[in-house]
Ligand binder design. Structure first.
Ligand SMILES: Cc1cc2nc3c(=O)[nH]c(=O)nc-3n(C[C@H](O)[C@H](O)[C@H](O)COP(=O)(O)OP(=O)(O)OC[C@H]3O[C@@H](n4cnc5c(N)ncnc54)[C@H](O)[C@@H]3O)c2cc1C
Length: 502
């Protein structure tokens, strides 16, 4: 080994790349990635000659880790706001624009909720009851668990449903919270921990008598009309060439800083040396091994668990209890004329300039579980990202499947496209055969932050911190969004760097 301590980063997703970059100035860094490319879930494919994000297509800016990193690695000019942020939800027989004032699906403007027609009068009144009902047991438990930090486990870790159903009613939760918050996580809100999956919502709701009132003022400003300039900074940003340019930019920055990046290199085992002089870790991969003073495992928890089975069985056991859900994205293109004219009026009942708005107004339609289909959301990619569509065509990217519903991933490509087309015909009225299709499968790709997740994540970090130079990073632990994964990768790098110190 050279004079500098060596750190091996396993996993070249955004978390691993961020960790490697954070370590590069002080250490010899080797990044090992099993696929023939870096980026993990960050994939930009080509569809009809245009860049198309088949996984994530943007990131939130409220956590500034991704924007900051893009600026640091020279991608500032590549940042691109979606052309619209207005979305709709399929409710009571047709797509309807989301009411203003939602915070992750929780309505804070009850007049807007009533006007939207997303739920009926009785359900709106039930939501309004939140304003007068006494404090609920779950919000009190939530406050206790937040006060107690990791030790707050004693108060339980209420699920999204346990906190919100008693406050705003089952109908509003099913129509709005499940498709929004559940959709982001491909999860089941009756199992997801509110604290882990929606920390801002949890801190506002904790101990509050009225959740609706506590969240007022936290709702993003009502989006302006599609295409209109919005004075506030965009809540989400993508990248001009597609989200994968973040991964390629990061790889370039890592290599310029001296990181050795090896792709098509699957790590098959890690061994911890007996305490004493010399490197702590032996990292094995097909046909070789590398010794390391520090080790960042930036792989899904299932992989991390397998790799640590011998060296750290307690961590392996904790990792094995994190479950994953899978989805497929199915992208379809049609000529604009295939979209029924009536649909635009449903999606945008009051256009600024009639006749001059897109065939598919808004960023897309969320689909609640109650519809019984496999489609959970249809993104109007051609409207949200005009660069991804040819003029005169519409592109719709459908997400199918979620926790507890593996039907989409069981179908072959032809069956999946047929099922999605049949559902889109019912949801949007588009019945023509598409010009093109692209199926992308994401099995076991969304870690499920179920009740107890934060305590488990803290135990994993503590166990790793007790071993020489080890840290775990990535979507499995402290946030599944791209900014959270970047921040987690950087934290893992700092933790390992601080402990091996040379
Ligand atoms: C369909 C979809 C849509 C999404 N949409 C959004 C969105 O719009 N906005 C947003 O912020 N987030 C979104 N996400 C979530 C976000 O993309 C991910 O949580 C994040 O990219 C995960 O990064 P990661 O580095 O933790 O893991 P990954 O990207 O999974 O990277 C892990 C890497 O480790 C490698 N690996 C695994 N095992 C080994 C091994 N044994 N040896 C070597 N390498 C190994 C894998 O090949 C992979 O490259 C979406 C995710 C999906 C699937």
């Amino acid at each position: 080994m050279s004079g500098r301590a060596r750190v091996v980063v396993v996993g070249g997703g955004v978390a691993g790349l961020a960790a490697a970059r954070a370590l590069a100035a002080r250490f010899e860094v080797v990044l090992l990635e099993s696929q023939d490319r870096v980026g993990g879930k960050l994939v930009t494919a080509e569809f009809r000659g245009r860049p198309l994000d088949v996984g994530p297509d943007n990131f939130i800016t409220r956590n500034d880790a991704a924007v900051r990193l893009c600026r640091e690695i020279g991608l500032a000019d590549e940042l691109l706001a979606p052309a619209t942020s207005r979305a709709a939800v399929y409710a009571r027989g047709r797509p309807r624009p989301l009411p203003a004032g939602l915070v992750l699906g929780v309505p804070t403007d009850l007049r807007a909720l009533r006007r939207s027609g997303v739920v009926g009068t009785a359900a709106t009144l039930r939501t309004a009851l939140d304003l007068v009902l006494p404090r609920s047991r779950a919000t009190v438990a939530l406050a206790g668990s937040l006060r107690g930090g990791d030790a707050g486990e004693a108060y339980g870790d209420p699920t999204v449903h346990e906190v919100l159903v008693p406050r705003i009613g089952r109908a509003a939760v099913a129509a709005l919270v499940d498709p929004l918050l559940g959709g982001i996580n491909a999860g089941d809100c009756s199992r997801l921990s509110l604290r882990a999956s929606a920390p801002q919502l949890a801190s506002a709701a904790a101990g509050a008598r009225s959740v609706v009132r506590a969240l007022r003022g936290r709702a993003p400003a009502t989006p302006g009309p599609a295409g209109a300039a919005t004075p506030a900074a965009p809540l989400f940003l993508g990248l001009r060439g597609g989200i994968e340019s973040l991964a390629t930019g990061l790889r370039r920055a890592c290599e310029q800083a001296g990181v050795t990046v090896r792709t098509s290199c699957e790590v098959t085992g890690v061994e911890l040396a007996p305490t004493g002089a010399g490197p702590s870790w032996t990292v094995r991969f097909g046909g070789g091994q590398v010794l390391a003073d520090g080790l960042v495992l930036a792989v899904p928890a299932t992989s991390a668990g397998r790799l640590l089975a011998d060296a750290a069985p307690e961590i392996a056991l904790e990792c094995a209890t994190i479950s994953y859900s899978g989805v497929a994205t199915v992208t379809l293109a049609w000529p604009e004329a295939s979209v029924p004219r009536a649909l635009a009026r449903l999606l945008d009942p009051a256009p600024d300039a009639p006749g001059d708005h897109p065939a598919l107004p808004g960023s897309g339609v969320l689909v609640p579980r109650a519809t019984g289909g496999i489609v959970t959301a249809a993104t109007f990619t051609s409207t949200k990202w005009p660069r991804s569509a040819r003029p005169g065509e519409v592109v719709v990217r459908v997400s199918a499947g979620c926790d507890g519903d593996g039907r989409a991933l069981e179908l072959d490509d032809g069956e999946l496209v047929d099922a999605v087309r049949a559902e889109l015909a019912a949801l949007l009225g588009i019945t023509d055969a598409p010009l093109d299709r692209l199926v992308w499968r994401w099995p076991a790709s969304f870690p499920q932050y179920e009740s107890g997740h934060l305590a488990r994540s803290a135990r994993i970090a503590a166990l790793a911190g007790a071993l020489p130079g080890l840290a775990l990073a990535g979507a499995a632990y402290d946030g599944i969004g791209i900014p959270a994964c970047i921040a987690g990768g950087e934290r893992a790098g700092a933790s390992v760097g601080g402990r091996i110190g040379r």
